[in-house]
Design a protein around this ligand. Structure first.
Ligand code: GSH
Length: 343
């Protein structure tokens, strides 16, 4: 029975979470920091805020996309964790995000140029967990929107972070004029209703759906998530095919497109194998493929992430640190995203 009190576009029901997990279901936790950027406590000021992310995390990808598309790269500083979390041997324990640019990626045998230390808190923390611990919290997730002025966490829910950045972009010192900048959530009642509906569908069946399939330890639970994932891809393909629209809601790129992109960008090179979502590639959906290439070509999108980090992060430890190199045909990835003509 769907839990009406939960906004399905942001999080899943936590009802009986423990017993559902013991039955092999993946139940994602809820973000605890939900302050508002732009209120009297956290006033919107250029240069005041900082983001902690990991590039393999699709929720972080929403936030780095918004930062770039809203022209906030100069206003909001960024730190990037190593895509693989701490391992069993680490004295602090496994599965923690760390800011350690010295770590070597098994995929390349080299360090990753995008990784940074913690430059946001002024305390050079190694772990995201330490940023939370400083506020008495036991959380450890990324993304984190951090206030450098008060040394506090503002918000760690990507759905809210992208909405607030969109609302406050000009006050935050966007380098783009209002005319140049996409409004990801335009003040249009009907359009907002359409975006909200798409957000819920895409979050539960695609963004988080991929995890419900790939991280499930029960065949029936996996099969249900697998079916829902590909049913929804077929729905979205039909939606784009109806009138050759450029984006999900028409000729404007909105938050709905931004939230779909991180999952489809990871599908062929990562999720097809890692999440056992191998019914089809995005390449097998002509309109979705052209949409993916169209979004990838928008200035700021390609720079908002790295497939190398995604591959290293998703395949690292859980695949004996041997990262699959494919697919190679018809083109390797991400180069394939420059080729809408492949379909
Ligand atoms: N609802 C959150 C989810 C964030 C999330 O689950 N991030 C993952 C990385 S992909 C994480 O850090 N999980 C580890 C943890 O919670 O410690 C959002 O969308 O920001």
């Amino acid at each position: 029975m769907p839990d009406k009190s939960v906004d399905a576009s942001v999080q899943e029901s936590q009802t009986d979470a423990q017993s559902r997990r013991s039955r092999g279901e993946f139940v994602r936790g809820v973000s605890g920091f939900r302050h508002v950027l732009g209120d009297e406590t956290f006033a919107a000021e250029p240069g005041r805020y900082h983001l902690f992310v990991a590039f393999n995390c699709p929720w972080c990808h929403r936030v780095t996309l918004a930062r770039n598309l809203l022209g906030l790269q100069d206003s909001i500083s960024l730190d990037v964790a190593f895509p693989g979390r701490t391992n069993e041997e680490d004295p602090v324990g496994p599965d923690l995000w760390e800011f350690n640019p010295g770590r070597v990626a098994t995929l390349t045998g080299k360090t990753l140029a995008e990784c940074t230390t913690d430059t946001g808190t002024g305390k050079s923390y190694r772990l995201a967990k330490q940023i939370y611990a400083a506020e008495g919290s036991n959380e450890g997730s990324v993304p984190i929107l951090y206030d450098k002025k008060t040394g506090r966490i503002v918000n760690n829910e990507s759905a809210e972070i992208i909405r607030m950045l969109n609302d406050q972009a000009s006050v935050l010192g966007s380098t783009l004029t209002d005319a140049e900048r996409w409004n990801l959530y335009p003040v249009d009642h009907a359009l907002r209703a359409e975006i909200d509906e798409l957000n819920s569908l895409i979050y539960t069946s695609i963004n988080n759906g991929a995890y419900k399939a790939g991280f499930s330890s029960d065949q029936a639970v996996y099969a249900a998530a697998f079916a829902t994932y590909f049913d929804t891809l077929a729905q979205l393909e039909a939606r784009l095919a109806t009138d050759q629209r450029l984006f999900l809601t028409g000729d404007r790129f909105t938050e709905a497109d931004l939230r779909l992109f991180p999952t489809l960008y990871r599908h062929d090179p990562v999720y097809y194998l890692r999440m056992k979502l191998n019914a089809a590639r995005i390449l097998d959906y002509p309109h979705l493929w052209r949409w993916l290439c169209r979004v990838y070509a928008i200035p700021g999108v390609a720079e908002s992430n790295s497939l190398e980090h995604c591959r290293q992060g998703y395949f690292g430890r859980s695949w004996n640190n041997v990262v699959p190199l494919g697919p190679m045909y018809p083109k390797p990835y991400p180069e394939a995203y420059h080729h809408p003509e492949l379909v």
